[in-house]
Design a protein around this ligand. Structure first.
Ligand SMILES: Nc1nc2c(ncn2[C@@H]2O[C@H](COP(=O)(O)OP(=O)(O)OP(=O)(O)O)[C@@H](O)[C@H]2O)c(=O)[nH]1
Ligand SMILES: [Mg+2]
Length: 415
């Protein structure tokens, strides 16, 4: 009997244990009703929405090969696969923001050779004035100002430089002559700004070259074509100087040497239409750059200046946004007159930068300070000789070092 009680108690305990530890049974649902699942139609809509989500929301893992590819290439890749619509502000920058030509190696010694005349000119005079001065006082600063004013730095920029030296003097920063020299270099550097390299902004990037007769437009185009060729870019040269037959030949010589296609018209043809053809040719060839030459013109001849505005409009008709760069080529041997020239060109067409040529042939290199200070345009290139390699991207730090370094040699350099 006791055994029966024990057995009943064990069974009752087992049943209680089973009931306490058991999870409630989950109701079985059809596949489509399971939590998180959607009906077939809703599922399709959700998938389409998912496709339209921006990349970052989708949180799709990036394949390793793409993760290791530069951003620009990655955008190309993903764009090709899915091309999600993006607002203009979200659009990736064009993958073409590449430098124009290979970046130049910092080489003040080469630039210094090109600037020998300027160094031998007002820089030597400043050196002679400052060197060995025992006392740095306002009188010394006045003498420095006199040298600057009689060089091609110009009144406004000279006064700005001297004003800054006075401020340094008041702050007791100029307690010996050496410090005056380095302060001059630092202030010149500040005035020159950051320069600013040309970029390949489009395919093709169209660069229009303008300036007075003989300033160096065609030569600069040839030198640029050479830089671009070294970078593996294809170039079309537009012979927009239809005024002189020799101008076209000059461009053809460069074209042949640098393997660039030259697009020309008949002598006396409308320059705008030749450049229109050049841009279309570049589009057809898939070329990277169009370098467009124009005839030299006196800045005082308003009909010729108006023609430039017309050329610009025609080029824009061939390609939206073109010309992407309009460079004014200034001959540094004109000194301060170059500033006046530039102002008149600026009134006629929007410029994006300056090329300052023939610095090797003049003592008037100080004009670059006035150009950078007064025109509000970046100096893109400087010409320090006739060879292709003598066109250098303008690097303000390199330029200042080329002007002010090696003081012992300065006064012996040719003026
Ligand atoms: N020394 C030196 N000569 C240069 C430099 N740049 C251009 N030249 C020379 O300046 C002269 C005129 O150059 P061009 O390129 O024909 O000038 P342009 O502006 O095309 O002249 P036009 O077509 O007549 O308007 C040529 O003899 C060039 O070799 C430079 O940086 N240094
Ligand atoms: Mg020319």
């Amino acid at each position: 009997m006791t055994l029966v009680y024990v057995l009943v108690a064990v069974v009752v305990l087992a049943v209680i244990f089973f009931l306490v530890t058991r999870k409630p049974a989950e109701p079985t649902l059809p596949e489509a009703k399971k939590p998180g699942a959607l009906e077939p139609k809703k599922q399709q809509v959700a998938e389409r929405k998912e496709e339209r989500k921006p990349d970052e929301e989708r949180a799709r893992p990036i394949p390793k090969t793409i993760r290791e590819t530069p951003a620009s290439k990655r955008e190309e890749h993903e764009g090709a696969a899915e091309a999600p619509a993006k607002k203009p502000s979200e659009r990736p920058k064009p993958a073409l923001e590449e430098d124009f030509g290979k970046p130049a190696v910092f080489d003040p010694a080469t630039v210094r050779r090109g600037l020998a005349r300027t160094r031998g000119g007002f820089i030597a005079r400043l050196n002679d004035l400052i060197r060995g001065r025992k006392v740095v006082d306002p009188a010394l600063l006045s003498e420095i100002e006199e040298v600057l004013l009689t060089s091609d730095v110009g009144v406004k920029t000279s006064q700005k430089l001297i004003q800054r030296l006075h401020e340094r003097l008041e702050r007791n920063e100029l307690d010996d002559a050496e410090k005056v020299w380095s302060a001059l270099g630092a202030e010149a550097r500040a005035i020159l700004g950051d320069g600013g390299r040309l970029k390949l902004r489009n395919k093709p990037t169209v660069v229009l070259m303008v300036g007075v007769n003989g300033s160096g437009k065609t030569t600069t185009i040839g030198k640029l074509a050479s830089k671009l060729k070294a970078q593996g870019k294809s170039v079309v040269l537009g012979a927009g100087d239809t005024f002189r037959a020799a101008a076209v030949q000059q461009l053809e010589v460069w074209g042949e040497r640098e393997g660039a296609t030259v697009v020309k018209g008949k002598e006396g043809a409308d320059p705008g239409s030749v450049l229109f053809d050049a841009v279309n040719k570049a589009k057809e060839l898939g070329a990277d750059v169009v370098l467009a030459d124009t005839a030299g013109r006196l800045q005082t001849k308003s009909n010729l200046m108006d023609e430039l505005a017309k050329i610009r409009r025609t080029v824009a008709k061939a390609l939206d946004g073109a010309p992407h760069e309009t460079l004014l080529v200034l001959d540094s041997t004109n000194g301060q007159n170059a500033i006046q020239q530039a102002r008149l060109f600026m009134e006629t067409i929007p410029l994006t930068g300056i090329v300052l040529t023939k610095l090797d042939g003049t003592a008037k290199g100080g004009v670059i300070l006035a150009i950078a200070d007064e025109l509000g345009l970046p100096v893109r290139y400087i010409g320090i000789g006739e060879k292709a390699a003598d066109l250098r991207e303008f690097d303000p730090a390199e330029f200042v070092e080329a002007l002010f370094a090696g003081r012992d040699a300065i006064s012996n350099e040719a003026a």
